[in-house]
Design a protein around this ligand. Structure first.
Ligand code: ATP
Length: 304
C-alpha cells in the first residue's frame, strides 16, 4: 500500500509547525523523515495518524485510516520512547496491546525475541535504558505486522551496534513490501538507514527523493585527480569549462562527477594520471548546503 499525505498543516498559536506538506510513501524501502529539531516531524506523524487535528488529510491505500479495520494491521507507530505503563512488565505491556489489536498473545514472545528483549520480558520498562525502551516501542509497533510502520526517532539512545541492528531490521521489514517511515534529526544514522528521503525545515517540504539523488545535488561532489602536471591539466579542463582547484602536491579538485571526461582530457594533454577518485558529499554536507537559509542542525554541545 502507498500512503499519501496531502496538504498537512498545523498551527500552535502563532507558530506554523507544519505548512502545506504533501508527500507519498511507497512500500519496499525505508523512507527517512529528516529535519532539524523543531522542524515539525513529530507533529506531521501525529497529523498522519489523526492524533492531532489540523489541515489536510492522509490517505492509506486511497482511504481514510478510520475506514481501515483493524487499524492496527494498517499502521503500527512508535512515537514516544517512554510511553509505557510504569508497573507492567514488558511482556504484559505487549499482551495488553495484543488483546487490543486482536493479535494472538503467542505473538508477544515472538516479537520480544525479534527485538532482542526476550531475557528482560518479565522486567518493568521503568528500569530500561532508552535503547531498551526503543526496542519495546518497536515491538509494540510491529505486533500486528502492519503494512505501515511510523517511527519517531527510533535510533535515539541506541548504541552503534543497536543502530546497525535497527537498520537491518527496518530494511528487512520494508523489503516484505511494507512502508517504513522513520524520523531522525541525526543525519549520519539516516544515511545508514534510508533509501528515500522526505526532508522538511520549518514545517515545509524541502525534498522528496532518493537519498542518492539528494546527495548528488550537493556541489561538494567532486573528483580528485592527481596528475604529472596539474597546471597543464587545469588549463585543459578550463578550456572545457570545468573548474579545478589545486589540492596537495600534484592534485586538482574538479567540480564534476564525470571521471571519464577528466581522464580523456589528461590523455589528450599527454599527462600521466596517478589517481582519479570520485568524492561524494555526506548526507550532512548535502543537507546543510541545500537548506541554507533554513534552520541549521544543532551541534552536540551548546544549545539545548
Ligand atoms: N504541543 C505543542 N504546543 C506548542 N507548540 C508545539 C507543540 N508541539 C510542537 N510545537 C512546536 O511546533 C514545532 C514543530 O515541533 P515538532 O515537535 O513537530 O518538531 P520535530 O521536527 O519533531 O522536532 P524534534 O526533532 O525536536 O522532535 C516546533 O516549533 C515546536 O516548538
Amino acid at each position: 500500500m502507498a500512503v499519501e499525505a496531502l496538504g498537512l498543516g498545523k498551527n500552535y498559536g502563532a507558530v506554523r509547525a507544519v505548512d502545506d506538506l504533501s508527500f507519498t510513501l511507497e512500500p519496499g524501502s525505508v523512507t527517512g523523515f529528516l529535519g532539524p529539531n523543531g522542524a515539525g516531524k513529530s507533529t506531521t506523524m501525529r497529523l498522519m495518524l489523526g492524533l492531532d487535528s489540523g489541515d489536510g488529510q492522509t490517505l492509506w491505500d486511497g482511504g481514510r485510516l478510520s475506514e481501515r479495520v483493524p487499524v492496527t494491521r494498517t499502521v503500527g507507530a512508535h512515537l514516544d520512547a517512554r510511553f509505557f505503563h510504569p508497573s507492567r512488565t514488558a511482556r504484559n505491556h505487549l499482551r495488553m496491546l495484543a488483546t487490543e489489536a486482536s493479535v494472538p498473545t503467542s505473538r508477544v514472545d515472538d516479537v520480544l525475541r525479534l527485538v532482542g528483549l526476550a531475557e528482560v520480558a518479565d522486567k518493568r520498562p521503568s528500569g530500561f535504558s532508552l535503547g531498551m525502551a526503543q526496542r519495546l516501542g518497536l515491538a509494540g509497533a510491529i505486533l500486528a505486522e502492519p503494512d505501515v510502520l511510523l517511527l519517531d526517532e527510533p535510533a535515539n539512545g541506541l548504541d552503534p551496534q543497536s543502530i546497525q541492528w535497527l537498520r537491518d531490521f527496518l530494511r528487512a521489514y520494508a523489503a516484505q513490501g511494507k512502508v517504513v517511515f522513520v524520523s531522525s534529526h541525526l543525519l549520519s544514522e539516516m544515511q545508514q538507514m534510508a533509501e528515500h528521503l522526505v526532508v522538511i525545515a520549518k514545517g515545509r517540504l524541502i525534498a522528496d527523493e532518493s537519498l542518492d539523488s539528494f546527495v548528488a545535488r550537493s556541489t561538494r561532489n567532486d573528483v580528485l585527480v592527481r596528475v604529472s602536471d596539474p597546471a597543464a591539466l587545469a588549463a585543459a579542463l578550463a578550456a572545457e569549462g570545468l573548474t579545478a582547484v589545486p589540492e596537495g602536491e600534484d592534485g586538482l579538485a574538479v567540480a564534476t562527477s564525470d571521471t571519464d571526461r577528466i581522464g580523456e582530457a589528461a590523455f589528450r594533454a599527454g599527462l600521466s594520471v596517478r589517481e582519479l577518485t570520485r568524492r561524494t558529499a555526506s548526507l550532512e554536507e548535502a543537507f546543510l548546503e541545500l537548506t541554507t537559509g533554513e534552520q541549521q542542525f544543532q551541534t552536540g554541545g551548546g544549545a539545548a
